[in-house]
Design a protein around this ligand. Structure first.
Ligand code: GLN
Length: 332
């Protein structure tokens, strides 16, 4: 899809390169329509009192001060003999703060679903959730619990990287120990560098010790099945990939998974994604959380600083997994 089609599909005005860098254009193109959709979806599907909240820099700044000091609030999270569900060393007292970074630039293949599934899995456990969608003309709050950043086409990816570098909020959140889950373009942006739409090396945020080059061959496109690093105790991953970038892992990260079907990082060594502490990257869309709710549960466990969560129904997730795993495993 061309950039123009992308923006038209997103509900924006026809893309015009000159207009694009103008913040006013951003607001016109994405403001009301996109956020109207999110509210409707949240309320209808989950009927929860906390619907996705549109981030308002001013309003948030006030709340941010207290929330920025989790160490004081929670006593530094010193581990106790048996972690108890509901006692948290990371999370805000009242609710889990889920920050979706740049839905206006980075949201391909239903990556919005990742935010919805994290919200839903938390609510299924009786947790309050505050979802904060941060557009690219807003600053990224530093006090979230879980940050989600999705995939994107090459030009929006460059703009997102520029803005995230200038803003600095996501890096500060990572320094505070936030949980960050990134998909595809988002994954590439978290690394040291990637090749942008102009064919130039573009600096990333350096939150993951990875760097991305441009593949010379065919794009990596199709269904993926992957076995997750056993340390993470997650079931097989299912997802969909579509990328030209090839991501190389440094010593500061571990591969998230090993592919059985598909290309993953595209390096030919079978690795898929990367991970260090509470920062994750994957090439899997789908959205990945809808196909792998255990990943959403992992992020929630990290936020709560617990080893287990109460069971929650997975009927529909299981049906989707069974269908996609069978489809990917079938010889073409
Ligand atoms: N633009 C990047 C690439 O092609 C990422 C694509 C994506 O996020 N789906 O490698």
């Amino acid at each position: 899809m061309s950039d123009q089609q992308h923006y038209q599909q997103y509900g924006g005005q026809p893309y015009d390169g000159q207009q694009f860098d103008d913040r006013q254009y951003q607001q016109q193109a994405y403001g009301d329509q996109a956020y109207g959709e999110q509210q409707a979806y949240g309320e209808q599907s989950f009927a929860e009192p906390q619907h996705p909240q549109q981030y308002d820099g001013q309003q948030f700044a006030g709340q941010q001060r207290g929330f920025d000091e989790p160490q004081q609030q929670y006593g530094g999270g010193a581990p106790e003999a048996a972690p108890q569900y509901g006692r948290s060393s990371r999370m805000s007292e009242s609710s889990l703060r889920v920050v979706w970074v740049y839905p206006d630039l980075l949201s391909t293949y239903g990556d919005r679903g990742n935010a919805l599934v994290v919200e839903r899995r938390a609510q299924q456990r009786g947790l309050g959730v505050q979802r904060i969608d941060v557009r690219s003309d807003q600053s990224v709050p530093t006090s979230g619990d879980i940050y989600l950043i999705g995939g994107g086409e090459d030009r929006p990816q460059r703009l997102a990287a520029e803005r995230l570098r200038n803003d600095g909020g996501l890096v500060r959140a990572a320094e505070n120990g936030a949980i960050i889950f990134s998909v595809c373009a988002g994954f590439q942006i978290l690394g040291h560098e990637f090749i942008n739409d102009l064919g130039e090396r573009e600096a990333g945020l350096g939150l993951l010790d990875v760097w991305t080059t441009r593949g010379e061959g065919a794009r990596c496109v199709g269904d993926v099945l992957a076995e997750v690093n056993p340390q993470l105790s997650l079931p097989q991953l299912t997802g969909f990939e579509n990328h030209q970038g090839i991501t190389h892992l440094g010593e500061g990260v571990k591969p998230l998974a090993t592919v059985q079907v598909g290309r993953g990082n595209g390096t030919g060594d079978g690795t898929e994604g990367a991970w260090r502490d509470t920062v994750f990257g994957t090439y899997l869309h789908g959205p990945v959380m809808a196909r792998n709710p255990a990943v959403a549960d992992l992020l929630i466990k990290l936020a709560l600083d617990v080893n287990a969560l109460p069971p929650a129904d997975t009927t529909w997730y299981d049906a989707l997994r069974t269908e996609r795993i069978a489809s990917a495993a079938r010889p073409a």
